[in-house]
Ligand binder design. Structure first.
Ligand code: DGL
Length: 274
């Protein structure tokens, strides 16, 4: 049985991370799963995000994955710790699940000159305080302000990026964030969907503020992890295959997904939680 690297997101966002992984580690096989039928996850309760994420991880394990990346901040914030501390030791002690928040928070303090950082994310990610807690571990002097952007994922999932509504919410949420701390010089796109809005966000920001996307950071960190863990890396198949699954309509997934992945996609349908 092949053992691809499983990559999971509530919908399309994780493709922005997968794109970078494929670029940096083209030799591995990848199996992407987007739970588009139940996206967005951002406003859902802790228990629901945990349940959905667990179903996805279980599904990917049953497809032969030994390693799954939660390429979703909301799932990383709300489900990863319980999966790593309770679920894996009991059910799959030899398999691994990693998220996107840790690699980002390890680095972000070093990227800022002023020591003032802004985080943009879903309501779930912001309310979990994961970024605040994790950044404090790696760079305790960094000041962190957060802003939830609950409309951004629905705007992206519905391909409404080029509308006046999108422009309104982007402007408004950025204004809110910057009003919390005028010294912010680094803003993290703490949701894997948001890189699709980069050009629109940048238009609203002063030039001295840098935007940080996670794809490259997460891919770098995974490469390093696999180098440090040959016992995991040698279990993974390396035929350069990419497969895509969605819980919603594969035709729509192929169309929209190609924007996120910046390459063509042929997906198949799958069901979770039945
Ligand atoms: N890509 C997910 C994240 O990084 C989107 C969450 C959602 O479905 O609302 O948080």
């Amino acid at each position: 049985m092949n053992s691809p690297i499983g990559v999971f997101d509530s919908g399309f966002g994780g493709l922005t991370v997968l794109k970078e992984m494929v670029q940096q580690m083209p030799e591995y096989d990848y199996l992407y799963l987007g739970d588009n039928a139940r996206a967005p996850y951002g406003n859902r309760s802790f228990d629901t995000v945990y349940e959905y994420t667990l179903e996805a991880v279980d599904f990917l394990f049953n497809q032969g994955c030994e390693l799954v990346i939660l390429a979703c901040n909301t799932a990383s914030a709300k489900a990863l710790r319980s999966i790593q501390q309770k679920y894996l030791p009991e059910k799959y002690p030899n398999k691994r699940v990693l998220g996107v928040i840790r690699p980002t928070t390890e680095l972000v303090g070093k990227l800022s000159n002023t020591g003032h950082v802004g985080i943009l994310g879903t309501l779930g990610t912001v309310q979990s305080e994961s970024y605040v807690v994790e950044i404090a571990k790696f760079s305790p002097h960094t000041m962190v302000s957060q802003q939830a952007c609950p409309m951004w994922v629905p705007i992206i999932e519905n391909n409404l990026m080029d509308t006046s509504g999108a422009a309104f919410f982007i402007k408004d949420n950025l204004k809110e964030l910057l009003s919390k701390d005028a010294a912010i010089d680094t803003i993290v796109l703490g949701c894997t969907h948001y890189p699709l809005l980069t050009a629109l966000i940048q238009k609203e920001l002063p030039e001295n503020i840098q935007l940080v996307s996670q794809g490259g950071i997460v891919a770098n960190s995974l490469k390093d992890y696999l180098y440090r863990h040959p016992e995991i890396s040698e279990k993974l198949s390396k035929n350069g295959q990419r497969k895509f699954l969605t819980t919603d309509d594969p035709i729509k997934f192929n169309e929209m997904g190609s924007l996120f992945f910046a390459g063509s996609i042929q997906s198949n349908h799958c069901s979770l939680g039945k």
